[in-house]
Each structure stands twice: as structure tokens, then as C-alpha cells.
Design a protein around this ligand. Structure first.
Ligand code: 2IT
Length: 441
């Protein structure tokens, strides 16, 4: 860590992600001198390669705009590079390195053979027209296409990249590569190779994981009050499944503030989340305007200010700080399942764990998204499509298996489970063994 901090000063998200994993695996690592001899940690914390490129496009006013694009191919020990693309104004190499690093261990947990990658751009979709989104996606793919391929590197969506963007990206890829294998991207439309349930999968998987965690702790999700941050694709899937399982979603939030929903979210509100995302306005207050009387909007507040039993961060890294964790506990919250990647600050996680609040990390909880991308790749390779029932069963099985791996590697002497340690050790052992078996490369 000391060497990395000196080498990459200021790459805070990346250093935070690496520190968490190394702290978790230290003890196990020291029991395996063969890992140390092959310098597994020194190799694993560096991405295999990073592509950086300029993306120039023309906005609706005819002005020329320039952004930066990246693809971080982190680790291919257990399969081709796999991971999403993030379009957000704050994207930096540090952010994508943290995400690619996390993705490597998350993908290892899914039971499927996928390596880790992440990419994206500092392009800000907020306020952009559909035509601008299309031109940007086309310009981005004009550079990216040479770095990816259905057997090499398979991008998907992440923050700011959903079905619409994947459509524009795929259209341009096909034109440039003259290759018609839909397996080069996942999260596609249902009529052209997309898997049924992929849009829902991150949120659904997170709730299946939460069910297993609660079951292990002798509790049930039905009737619990759930606070969700964000209103994008992940929050939408989580709210949908929470409602189906009989929980009450009492809050969603956005960069502008929080919408408290005292009687619980309704299917109409969940549908409206999709419209809010498609509008690119990036405002959760629109929900309060649409459903007056049923929602209470408070500007500048987070979802964690609304009393709940279960907190589900579904927005962005480091969105839940120590003071949020303290507020949650004071308001009666007893469980936090992190759905966003690295959604909680380390001090918040520490507070949860010390305070007896059940906590599970994003790389376990949110892995249903990339797992279902893996299932989409399988269907594309076989030129078939599975029914919703088949995909849902497989997703269920995968989330159960991830929970099992966490329990296997994370059970404390008193029988409780350290899900952070469990997920990190399980992912690490799989990637480390694969690297060892493949020699010094
Ligand atoms: O963070 C993630 O796991 C994703 N954004 C999904 C990646 C994927 O390849 O489906």
C-alpha cells in the first residue's frame, strides 16, 4: 500500500478499493508462500492495460465538444475482460481503476468465467438531447471498437449508460468492425440479442442476496421499511423486487435531494423512475411534482435521513459517509446492503460492523448485474434466448452461491458473518489461483 500510495498520489478511489481488499486478504495471503513468491498482489493491483482516447463530437448548437474516453482492462485470469462503461462528468482514470479492480473480484464471485474491466468517459449526460447522446456514443465507439471484441473484452452499461446508449454503441461497432456477433456488448435490446431480465438483474440480484443475508440472521424482508438512494436503473430494479417481496420502499433520492414516500412506493412511481432517467434532467424532485400528496421532497438531504430498517445505497461510490451511518442507526436501521460499487466510506462500514448492523459489500450484493451479462453472453454464443423464468432461476442460483462463498470465507468465530472479508477472500483466492496456474505473464 505504501508503494502504491507513493506511485499513484491522489488516486483516492483506486487506493481505497485496493486497501479494502488487501486488508481483508492479508491473513490468508500470508498462509500461501507460493502467492508471495509469484508476487501475486503486486501483479493483481495493476491493470493489464489502459486505453485513453480523445472523443470529439458536435452538440445541437453546432459547437465542437471534446471529452476523454477510457477502457481499463484490469485482469483476464479467469476469462475475457468484462465490465461496464460509465458516462459521468467526474470520471477519471482513478475512478475507472477502482471500478475495474472491484469488477475483477466481483466477476470471480459470479461463478462465471469473466475477467475484470471498466471504461467510460467524462461526458456528462445531464441535459443532453437524445441526438447528442447518439453522436457522443458514435464518436466514443469510433475509438473503442479496436480495443474490444466478443472473445476479448465485452463492455456493458454503468452509471449514465443504459439500453439506449448500448444501442447506439452497438450500431456503430457493427458498422466499423463489420462483425455481426452481438456478444461484443451486453445490456442490449430484447429483439437484438439482449437477455430478458438484464435491466432488472442488478436490483433483483441485490434483493435476492439481501433475502439470503436476512434469512441467515433469522429475519424476513416482508414488511421492512427500505430506503433506496438514486432513481436510476439499479434503484428501479431494487424498488421493483422490494415491492414484490412485500417490503415498503420509503425513500428514493437524487443529486437534488430526497423523496420520502411515507405509505411506500407504488408500481406507478416505479414506472415513473424510468421516465425520470430517460429525461436526463437528473432530478428526483420530478417524482414529488408528479405524485403530490404521496411524496415529500426535501432539497439537499440524502435517503439516509428517512427512518428505515434496511438501507440500500444504489447510486454512487462513497455516497454513504460516517455521519449517514450514524443517522441511520439513530433512526432504527439495522441492515445495509451496498448495491452501488463502493457506496459506503470505510468509516461507515466500520461503524456498521462495530455497531452490530448487518452489512454486505457491493461486489457481492450487486454482482447479479454482471452475472446476467454473463448469461447474455452465453445466449449470444449459442444463438438462443432463454425465458424470463430460466434467467431468473439462474440469477437466483448465482446470488445464493455468492452468499454461500461469503459465509464460507467470512464466518467469524462467534458464528456471525463478515461479508466484506468473505467476499474479498473468495474473489481473491479464485483470481490468485488462476494467475498462479497460468505462470509468470
Ligand atoms: O458494476 C457493474 O457490475 C456493472 N456496471 C455491470 C457490468 C456488466 O458487464 O454487466
Amino acid at each position: 500500500m505504501t508503494r502504491l500510495e507513493a506511485k499513484y498520489p491522489g488516486e483516492n478511489e483506486y487506493l481505497q478499493a485496493v486497501r479494502e481488499v488487501l486488508e481483508s486478504v492479508e491473513e490468508v495471503y500470508n498462509q500461501h508462500p507460493e502467492f508471495e513468491q509469484a508476487r501475486i498482489v503486486e501483479r493483481m493491483v495493476e491493470p493489464d492495460r489502459i486505453f485513453t482516447f480523445r472523443v470529439t463530437w458536435v452538440d445541437d448548437r453546432g459547437q465542437v465538444q471534446t471529452n476523454l474516453g477510457y477502457r481499463v482492462q484490469f485482469n483476464s485470469a479467469i476469462g475475457p475482460y468484462k465490465g461496464g462503461l460509465r458516462f459521468h462528468r467526474a470520471v477519471t482514470p482513478s475512478m475507472l481503476k477502482f471500478l475495474g479492480f472491484e469488477q475483477t473480484f466481483k466477476n470471480a464471485l459470479t461463478t462465471l468465467p469473466m475477467g475484470g474491466a471498466k471504461g467510460g468517459s467524462d461526458f456528462d449526460p445531464a441535459g443532453k438531447s437524445d441526438a447528442e447522446i447518439m453522436r457522443f456514443c458514435q464518436a466514443f465507439m469510433y475509438e473503442l471498437w479496436q480495443c474490444i471484441g466478443p472473445d476479448q473484452d465485452i463492455p456493458a452499461g454503468d452509471v449514465g449508460v443504459g439500453g439506449r446508449e448500448i444501442g447506439y454503441l452497438y450500431g456503430m461497432y457493427k458498422k466499423l468492425a463489420r462483425e455481426y456477433n452481438t456478444g461484443v456488448l451486453t445490456g442490449k435490446g430484447g429483439t437484438w440479442g439482449g437477455s430478458v431480465l438484464r435491466p432488472e438483474a442488478t436490483g433483483f440480484g441485490a434483493l435476492y442476496f439481501t433475502q439470503h443475508l436476512l434469512h441467515k440472521a433469522g429475519k424476513d424482508i416482508a414488511g421492512q421499511r427500505v430506503a433506496i438512494s438514486g432513481f436510476g436503473n439499479v434503484a428501479w430494479g431494487a424498488a421493483t423486487k422490494a415491492l414484490q417481496l412485500g417490503a415498503k420502499v420509503v425513500a428514493i433520492s437524487g443529486p437534488d435531494g430526497v423523496c420520502a414516500i411515507p405509505d411506500g412506493i407504488t408500481p406507478e412511481m416505479i414506472d415513473y423512475m424510468l421516465e425520470m432517467r430517460a429525461s436526463n434532467r437528473n432530478r428526483v424532485e420530478d417524482m414529488a411534482d408528479k405524485f403530490p400528496g404521496k411524496t415529500v421532497f426535501t432539497a439537499g438531504k440524502k435517503a439516509w435521513s428517512v427512518p428505515c430498517d434496511i438501507a440500500l445505497p444504489c447510486a454512487f461510490q462513497n455516497e454513504l459517509a460516517l455521519e449517514d451511518a450514524q443517522e441511520l442507526k439513530a433512526n432504527g436501521c439495522w441492515c445495509c446492503c451496498e448495491v452501488s460499487n463502493m457506496g459506503c466510506r470505510p468509516e461507515a462500514i466500520h461503524f456498521f460492523q462495530q455497531g452490530g448492523i448487518l452489512f454486505a459489500p457491493g461486489k457481492a450484493v450487486n454482482a447479479g448485474g454482471v452475472a446476467t451479462s454473463g448469461l447474455e453472453m452465453t445466449q449470444n454464443a449459442q444463438h438462443i434466448s432463454w425465458s424470463g423464468k430460466e434467467v431468473d432461476e439462474k440469477l437466483h442460483y448465482i446470488m445464493e452461491s455468492i452468499h454461500h462463498q461469503c459465509v464460507q470465507y467470512g464466518t467469524r468465530p462467534d458464528g456471525s458473518v463478515d461479508y466484506v472479508k468473505g467476499a474479498n477472500i473468495a474473489g481473491f483466492m479464485k483470481v490468485a489461483r488462476a494467475m498462479l496456474e497460468q505462470g509468470i505473464i
